[in-house]
Design a protein around this ligand. Structure first.
Ligand code: MG
Ligand code: MG
Length: 433
């Protein structure tokens, strides 16, 4: 997969160009403790290499080495503390590089690969240390060009090319996404079976995340949200520390990460297995929109269509339920729906949970769906507990229903369909626990 990804990029790079990608630096959690390491998505997409302090160089016109890796050398003492390193020899052997070097020789060796290049592809902003090194060498090369007529004259961001490529998933990516979504489904099913009024939100978080890990996930694709009652009206609620009341709805938004690819699913269900009338009103509205939106996804349809449809349907429902009052046209113009539905209906999904967002054509129009795109569809309605002028029964209700959708040749496939979402199915499944 990574080899094919490099090939796709190289085909799009112009003549006399070299591309450099750096792995992400480790992120400090506090003092001398690091967060669990996650490689930079573009770097990983091209190399499959998962260690920090690594640089990948693509030099398509170099006579001997077109793919070069700079990595941490083996170091027995360091490895005793922080684990085995792949090392220079195995970086070449197992990751397909034509040549590998120790990372601390980068500035010494890179000149050889830039010798005949005019254009350097490099994305600033992901690794400060490498950024300053690259800017330094670019400036030096530009100055040299003024004197000798030879050297770099263009620094350009490779991210848009990679985004186009990452937008359409290849077979191996789809295998991993299927795995991530399967594991995500398992986590949600386990939590819906485990829920009992009186439990704490974090107990469900533990059920979800232990299911992910037991199923072989790297971990979560993002911090797990378990929001009961009015907590569900905070979109990215993560403390997960409240007790779940008997008649509360519980919103769980969670996703597993498997082999670096992400799942992202939300279900909202009654803790005691029965929706109240008010909860049912809002849930039914979100559910109908959810189905109608998914029904419109197929190749050739504008990527913006699901969002426009979600606004239309949710706003009609808000007026029906008395959340919004007034003429539709006027409310639409004011974007009055944003009080209860404040985001776009979905996002691309892949190596990142909010994956590459290159959804526009160069002329500014939205692209159309193509087979191999994967996105979430997640309409919702959130009535904050202190909202003025709405039927009191709806205060503090937040509902989101989110599935992961693969665009196919003939329409789309809902990868996460096996978590119940119809009202009677949800009630039965939760009660059956
Ligand atoms: Mg989500
Ligand atoms: Mg999402």
């Amino acid at each position: 997969m990574h080899k094919q990804n490099r090939k796709t990029l190289i085909e799009k790079m112009g003549p006399r160009s070299v591309a450099i990608f750096a792995s992400a630096p480790p992120a400090m959690r506090n003092h001398d403790t690091e967060h669990l390491y996650r490689p930079d998505p573009n770097f990983y997409y091209l190399t499959g290499f998962e260690e920090p302090e690594a640089i990948c160089v693509l030099a398509p016109e170099h006579p001997k080495h077109q793919y070069i890796l700079f990595v941490r050398p083996k170091d027995k003492k360091a490895e005793t503390w922080s684990g085995k390193r792949i090392g220079v020899k195995d970086a070449r052997r197992h990751y397909g590089a034509d040549r590998a070097y120790p990372i601390d020789t980068f500035s010494e060796k890179i000149g050889e690969y830039l010798k005949n290049a005019d254009t350097l592809y490099y994305a600033l902003g992901a690794n400060d240390e490498v950024d300053s090194e690259i800017l330094h060498l670019f400036t030096r090369s530009v100055k040299g060009r003024i004197r000798s007529g030879k050297g770099l004259d263009t620094l350009t961001d490779p991210s848009p090319i990679l985004a186009e490529s990452r937008l359409i998933k290849n077979e191996e990516e789809l295998r991993r996404i299927r795995k991530a979504t399967e594991v995500t489904v398992a986590g949600h099913l386990a939590a819906m079976q485990a829920v009992r009024p009186g439990m704490y939100e974090y107990e469900l978080e533990a059920v979800v995340e232990s299911t992910f890990r037991k199923s072989g996930a790297n971990g979560t694709a993002f911090p797990t949200i378990v929001a009961s009652g009015a907590n569900a009206t905070t979109l990215h609620y993560t403390p997960n520390n409240c007790q779940i009341e008997a008649d509360a709805l519980v919103l769980i938004d969670a996703g597993a990460e498997c082999e670096r690819y992400c799942g992202d699913v939300t279900r909202t269900f009654p803790a005691n297995g029965t929706f109240t009338d008010a909860q049912r009103d809002i849930y039914q509205l979100v559910l109908e929109a959810h189905h109608a939106i998914i029904d419109c996804i197929r190749p050739g349809v504008s990527i913006d269509e699901p969002h426009q449809k979600s606004i239309e349907l949710l706003m009609d429902g808000m007026r029906r339920l008395g959340l919004l009052r007034g003429k539709k046209k006027k409310l639409m113009k004011k974007k009055a729906y944003e009080e209860f539905y404040m985001y776009r209906v979905g996002h691309m999904l892949g190596l990142d949970v909010h994956d590459v967002n290159c959804v526009h054509e160069p002329n500014g129009d939205f692209k159309t769906f193509q087979p191999g795109m994967v996105m979430t569809i997640e309409p919702g309605i959130y009535v904050a507990a202190d909202t003025k002028g709405v039927p009191p029964a709806y205060l503090g209700i937040g509902v989101r229903i989110e599935d992961d959708i693969l665009v196919t040749e003939s329409g789309c496939e809902v990868l996460t369909d096996s978590v119940p979402k119809e009202i009677d199915e949800v009630e039965e499944f939760v009660r059956g626990a």
